[in-house]
Design a protein around this ligand. Structure first.
Ligand SMILES: C[S@@+](CC[C@H](N)C(=O)[O-])C[C@H]1O[C@@H](n2cnc3c(N)ncnc32)[C@H](O)[C@@H]1O
Length: 220
């Protein structure tokens, strides 16, 4: 149960959600959790985001920045990626891990109130974050992602997909707590559609469900 509390963090007064307070430990646990498949999964997520060389990308709830760095490779040094997270400790750790990747930067930030101008980004990605947010904040977070994307920009939302079998689910619950054991990952797609995104596609990777979509261009 302590591990569950650690993984799902401490309540944060700014977000009413739960932030992760130990970057180094989260990094080790996350690497272990994916059983050697983390690189493959996150490289694939970066490809699925549809971001291209030169694009400006935002990673919301970046944690220690694994996806942020994968996105930096995806957009190459002609593009830029900003990872934001409300936890000062994970942001500091993310900065250390990305040292040398000058087009990959990190800042304090919360999903439900993004500090960016309307239409600023070509792509927005977020992984393993939605289950950290209380339900009312999930819609606000998606509305913010929509706002900061340019028309035609792409969103990729990925979250933990609990195992189908009862025993597997129970094991996940024992280690990580109820938020992941019962993660209602089937609600991701309606969440993205509800925010007004178009061309919505859903798929599964090991341990992950992703939804990707496009911000519609305004009608002429
Ligand atoms: C399970 S971690 C995922 C980190 C990273 N995206 C990854 O895939 O490894 C969830 C992250 O969401 C962050 N978080 C919690 N509440 C948030 C909020 N309101 N806005 C943005 N991030 C938040 C936590 O601090 C934590 O770093």
């Amino acid at each position: 149960m302590e591990l569950a509390r650690f993984l799902h963090g401490s309540p944060d007064h700014r977000t009413a959600g739960a932030t992760i307070t130990h970057g180094r430990a989260y990094e080790v646990l996350s690497a272990t959790f994916f059983l050697g498949r983390r690189r493959a999964v996150f490289t694939r997520l970066a490809q699925l985001s549809g971001a291209r060389p030169g694009d400006r990308v935002l990673d919301v709830g970046c944690g220690t920045g694994y996806l942020t760095r994968a996105m930096a490779h995806q957009v190459t040094a002609t593009g830029s990626v900003l990872g934001v997270d409300p936890s000062a400790d994970v942001v500091a750790h993310a900065r250390r891990l990305a040292a040398g990747l000058t087009h990959c930067t990190f800042a304090d930030g919360i999903a439900e109130d993004l500090d960016a101008a309307d239409g600023h980004y070509d792509a927005v990605v977020t992984s393993l974050v939605i289950h950290h947010l209380p339900e009312p904040l999930r819609e606000r977070a998606l509305a913010e992602m929509m706002r900061v994307l340019r028309p035609g920009g792409r969103v990729l939302v990925a979250d933990f997909r609990p195992p189908k079998g009862r025993i597997g689910r129970h094991l996940v619950g024992a280690v990580t707590g109820p938020a992941m054991e019962h993660n209602p990952v089937h609600l991701l797609e309606p969440l993205v559609r509800g925010a007004g995104f178009a061309d919505v596609e859903t798929g599964d990777l090991p341990l992950i469900r992703y939804v990707r979509a496009v911000k519609p261009a305004p009608a002429r």
